[in-house]
Design a protein around this ligand. Structure first.
Ligand code: FES
Length: 123
């Protein structure tokens, strides 16, 4: 079994060794880390955290758009670590997660990947 070290930068740099095969939400909650969650399948964004350093596999997530991904957000209920990682967790990490779409609309390249690609025009 491969394990990676997860450091929580905004929780006094507490560290946890976790199994690379399991979602971070599951592993961290088992260790007593209090993390918000909702759907647990990558769709609602409640469990978002900011990845400061390291890499994860979060192919199953559908909640984040390209702007949020570019800002380093990950979805803990589906993200599995592929290296040692440093995270910021909880609502304190959500400073750039949301923005008012009426004041500051997303540009086409910031939309979700599956809707960011222009579709062919109907004849
Ligand atoms: S709990 Fe809904 S996206 Fe993670």
């Amino acid at each position: 079994m491969t394990t990676y070290r997860i450091t929580l930068a905004n929780q006094n740099d507490e560290t946890y060794e976790v199994d690379h095969r399991r979602p971070l939400l599951e592993s961290l909650r088992e260790r007593g880390v209090d993390l918000p969650y909702g759907c647990k399948y990558g769709g609602c964004i409640t469990c978002a955290a900011k990845l400061i350093e390291g890499t994860v596999n979060q192919q199953a997530q559908v909640a984040l758009n390209n702007r949020q991904l570019a800002n380093g957000y990950i979805i803990l209920c589906v993200a599995r670590p592929t290296s040692d990682c440093t995270l910021e967790i909880g609502v304190e990490s959500h400073d750039t997660l949301y923005r008012n779409p009426f004041l500051d609309p997303l540009a086409p390249h910031e939309l979700k990947a599956d809707i960011a690609t222009p579709k062919e025009e109907a004849p």
